[in-house]
Design a protein around this ligand. Structure first.
Ligand code: KIV
Ligand code: NA
Length: 265
């Protein structure tokens, strides 16, 4: 199998071939997603929500991200594996950002890192890229800033914020980022930015003109009960499937149906 690289992702944009990205946090799930042919696996700090049950992405630590990332890297035979730098591991200064990125590359064996923000974090982005580590940008609704925003609603609807996003995207490209995630912004802005860049854009709630799409795998598979934002297409209802299977197991144990004659030694 041929590994997806920053170079092949660039080629996909040029050819107009869409990039399919999903999050992953563990070996079993990442094995299935990679086998299905997903191009990029993102070890997102959304692990803080969907794996650990926190309300925001802020509490997850660099050590915890490395644990999730190492599991996903062991599963990925074809996909390019990008890992989020968690809140607090890169905002201090560019030296700290680089050492966090290096830990993710060395200890987890990741192929690249993702950082939230534009101009504010440009020193860190440049320093990490200078060290030879591929960086993916992340603009729009950046969940590590949720207490600044105060709401998970659509970003950059006003011209000032939209203009800052356009400028940030160009600056991230200039710094050498290989792709940029755009989260929860108007589709027209997603289109404008995508057309203004040579590097691919990956959207989540950013419309159909981005070069690729990403979803949180637990949301896409219907594992997260009651989470149904407009941008989410739910391909399964695993919550109900697993609940049904579990109820069946419980009933079989209680009724002494499991294990039967053939299921014992
Ligand atoms: O952590 C995450 O899942 C993400 C994606 C939503 C882009 O950053
Ligand atoms: Na994230």
């Amino acid at each position: 199998i041929k590994r997806v690289t920053t170079f092949s992702l660039q080629e996909m944009k040029q050819k107009g071939e869409r990039i399919a990205m999903l999050t992953a946090y563990d070996y079993s799930m990442a094995t299935i997603l990679d086998d299905a042919g997903v191009d990029v696996l993102l070890v997102g700090d959304s692990a803080s929500n969907v794996m650990a049950g926190h309300e925001t992405t802020l509490p997850i630590t660099l050590d915890q991200m490395i644990y999730h990332a190492a599991s996903v890297v062991r599963a990925a035979k074809r996909a390019f594996v990008v890992v989020d730098l968690p809140f607090g591991s890169y905002q201090g200064n560019s030296k700290e950002a680089l050492s966090s990125a290096i830990r993710i590359m060395k200890e987890a064996g990741a192929h690249g890192v993702k950082l939230e923000g534009g101009i504010e974090i440009m020193d860190s982005v440049q320093r990490i890229i200078t060290a030879g580590i591929p960086v993916m940008g992340h603009l729009g609704l950046t969940p590590q800033s949720i207490y600044k925003f105060g709401t998970y609603t659509v970003r950059a609807k006003e011209e000032a914020e939209a203009n800052k996003l356009r400028t940030d995207a160009l600056a991230l490209q200039e710094a050498g980022c290989f792709a940029i995630v755009m989260e929860k912004i108007p589709a027209q802005l997603g289109k404008d930015v995508t057309e203004s860049l040579d590097i691919p854009t990956i959207g989540i709630g950013a419309g159909g003109y981005c070069d690729g799409q990403v979803l949180v795998v637990n949301d896409m598979l219907g594992l997260t009960k009651g989470f149904r934002p407009r941008f989410l297409r739910q391909y399964l209802n695993l919550y109900e499937e697993i609940k049904g299977a579990t109820a069946g197991y419980i009933a079989d144990v209680k009724s002494n149906d499991f294990p039967n004659e053939k299921e014992q030694y």
